[in-house]
Design a protein around this ligand. Sequence first.
Ligand SMILES: [Zn+2]
Ligand SMILES: [Zn+2]
Length: 348
Amino acid sequence: MPETMKAAVLHGVEDLRIDHLPVPSLASPYDVIVRIRQVGVCGSDIHYYRHGRIGHFVVEEPMILGHECAGEVVEVGKKVSALAPGDRVALEPGVPCRRCEFCHEGRYNLCADVVFFATPPVDGAFCEYVTSPADFAFRLPEHVSTEEGAIMEPLAVGMWSTHRAGVSAGDTVAVLGAGPIGLVTLQAAKARGATTLIITDVEQSRLEFAGRLGATHTLNAGQCDVVEAIREITDGRGADAVLDAAGASQTIGQALRAVKSGGRVILIGIPPEDEVPVSMPDLISRELDVGGIFRYANMYGRAIAAVAAGLIDVKGMITHHYQLDEAEEALVFADEHKSECIKVAVSV
Ligand SMILES: [Zn+2]
Ligand SMILES: [Zn+2]
């Protein structure tokens, strides 16, 4: 194993450098070392690059970006029996404490001590080698590519959201926002058996993309009244579940009005304002169940199985490719060309 590796390190706002850093070594006998091969560019990476922070997570020390990653195992700790060097794996990027109430309940995404790639001060995966606990490294089947493995991360969000929304066979589901998270959420709803799949966005190109991935109705929110249109599609009833992947106060309002009475609203996107006005008559008198989403728990194995079975197409979502040396170009491109690109992947 080499002693140093290349890494794309964020030193400050819009200051991304390719640095040479020491290769990490096994910290525990339960860890593996993974040679990273593919990393997806996520909105959060772009946000850290442009603003140096997301909410109260502030980049104070140089930090390696990237958390949607896959690669191959190169070394395993003494206690690891489930993986061997050469195995291709997708890495679940957030490792919880395993000891608190939430970890014990299986809702480890709510653990206060999660160590998550590329969330300050934790380094991410835009680099050649990382260590991971073996149980957060998920082996990819032969016919699932390493590049697809990197996209299991956003897919896990879509799988968790539709799980929390209780989407089941025959449901009418509306997804607000056709960015990468909206598109994986749409596909996860379809995989769970939803039959009427409505998606909204203001970018026509993204709606066309969503149509190819299985949306039965695409609504341009800039050209129609989304709530009216959803009511029309559902004969005035409203959707069984509405999932907001846009995270704007406007779409949160739409979600509450477009869902059927007694239906479920899942909020995935985080609005820029801490407080957003909501319609109390809808929320209370129509007995809506409203829930938030923070990452996911226990979804990686299922996400890989769903892709392996052909239920979900993540390959079709990767529209652009870059090399690690071009990580900055990849971030800037993904930020400035939202209408042409869905997922940008970086090969390492
Ligand atoms: Zn992400
Ligand atoms: Zn915990």
